[in-house]
Design a protein. Structure first.
Length: 419
């Protein structure tokens, strides 16, 4: 019989020892995923269930795949972005008997083929990121799309894509918006991306943050997190937004807020976090400060229009690992990690404790899909499960909360009383 190794497409199986060490480290620091979630799956609900995991392929994702496989699932894995795949992690998964289709830095054509190879394993459920596998199955494997039993989605952009499919009347299965659980976006999008993005930018450039002016494009959960960490390290934040409430929020936080044309000329570093495409594009290049550093934290590699920059400035010169320098009309512009998510493609990704939360949400979301007969459409993890994840994480940190006394509960019911 063909083994997982025979079916996989990875760079080099011999890289597995380094990958296994990284996964073991992640396991040691993921008490919720390996505790609460693993014990939830002890009900046998995943036995023989085929699950595709298409999330940035690094150590924490590999741990999630392993927890699902340990629970009896037949797991097949690909990366949600070729620039974030870790080849040693892919090798460790294959060594453990899990099929993988991914290599770091593959061209987009090869990446598409990897995703379709995963589709051709006919998964019943998908743990997706950016809905990258789901939208390809919708377009290119319509029969399989109709048979899918459920999708659990990791990120803001993917949830938006699923909601659009639902609005078009083309979501024939239940989908869990894992991103919308409190234990996901409040921590992962804000603290996890905030910390890891700033870390990656500084590591790739070897710059100091203190005294830098940093333009943050998009002040949603991710932008807010980035702004917090930039300020904590002594940088000054300017925000570019299109939503008036978000713009006002940024102002109240004490940041500069303005249009791209007013903010970009003084920004040393520009970080995009909009979830859209071409947030920094042709009309912005004339405003950029010479030697500026451009980095992206949003889902799409197209958030900085690197293709347009290359068309106008010619091919870049790699001046450091992960740093491409363009000469635009004689002005040097540096792009990090080719415009892919800088914290994952150019850094270590999210902190383990954060992914313990995010992937616990994914795990319990998948469990909900498998054990319940949910209606087609986008669903959110029930609050008691979200709370159980937060409580388990607090307990792992040695923190125990108070609970309301019966008297306090009674007072809350007495909504007319009081002075
Ligand atoms: P969000 O929806 O909370 O915030 C996005 C913000 O960008 C909104 O306030 C919107 O008004 C603003 N915006 C949209 N287009 C804009 C433009 N052209 N110029 C200025 N502002 C614009 O989304 P969230 O949760 O902050 O996520 C942002 C992106 O980051 C998404 O693509 C998400 O999938 C991705 N993400 C990346 C992570 C990473 O590890 N790098 C982790 C979590 C999310």
């Amino acid at each position: 019989m063909e083994s997982a190794a025979d079916r996989s497409r990875i760079l080099d199986p011999s890289l597995h020892p380094e990958g296994s060490l990284a996964i073991a480290w992640a396991r040691r620091h993921s008490p919720v995923l390996t505790g609460l979630v693993a014990s939830t799956f002890e009900d046998g609900s995943l036995e023989g269930v085929r699950v595709a995991v298409v999330v940035h392929l690094e150590a924490k994702t590999a741990l999630l795949a392993s927890v699902l496989a340990d629970a009896g699932a037949e797991v097949v894995v690909a990366g949600s972005n070729p620039h974030s795949t870790r080849d040693e992690i892919a090798a460790a998964l294959v060594e453990r008997g899990i099929e993988v289709h991914a290599t770091r830095g593959s061209d987009y054509g090869t990446w598409e083929k990897d995703l379709l190879a995963v589709a051709d394993r006919e998964p019943m459920y998908i743990v997706d990121d950016g809905a990258e596998l789901t939208i390809r199955i919708a377009r290119q494997r319509p029969d399989l799309y109709r048979r899918l039993r459920g999708v659990s989605e990791e990120t803001t952009t993917g949830v938006e894509r699923l909601r659009r499919l639902e609005a078009e009347g083309n979501l024939p299965f239940p989908a869990m918006a894992a991103n919308d659980a409190a234990c996901k976006h409040l921590f992962d999008n804000r603290y996890g991306t905030g910390q890891s993005t700033v870390q990656a930018v500084l590591q790739l450039t070897n710059f100091v943050m203190a005294g830098k002016e940093v333009a943050v494009v998009g002040y949603g959960w991710v932008g807010r997190g980035i702004a917090t960490y930039v300020r904590a390290m002594g940088g000054r934040v300017s925000v570019i937004e299109v939503d008036p409430v978000k713009g006002l929020e940024a102002l109240m936080e004490g940041h500069e807020v303005g249009s791209a044309a007013s903010v970009l000329p003084t920004a040393d570093i520009v970080i995009t976090a909009t979830g859209g495409m071409r947030a920094i594009g042709m009309r912005d290049f004339p405003h950029l400060k010479p030697n500026v550093v451009l980095a992206n934290a949003g889902h799409h590699d197209l958030e900085i229009d690197v293709a347009a920059l290359e068309e106008q400035a010619g091919a870049p010169r790699q001046v450091r690992p992960g740093v491409d320098r363009y000469e635009w009309n004689g002005k040097p512009i540096n792009v990090l990690s080719k415009g892919a998510l800088v914290n994952i493609a150019g850094g270590l990704g999210h902190p383990i404790e954060i992914m313990d939360l995010s992937f616990s949400v994914q795990g319990l979301s998948l469990h909900e899909l498998v054990v319940n007969d949910l209606d087609p459409g986008v669903h959110i993890l029930p609050k008691p499960l979200d709370d159980a994840i937060a409580r388990a994480r607090l307990e792992a940190e040695g923190v125990h909360l108070d609970s309301l006394s019966s008297e306090q509960v009674d007072d809350m019911g007495d909504w007319i009383g009081g002075r």
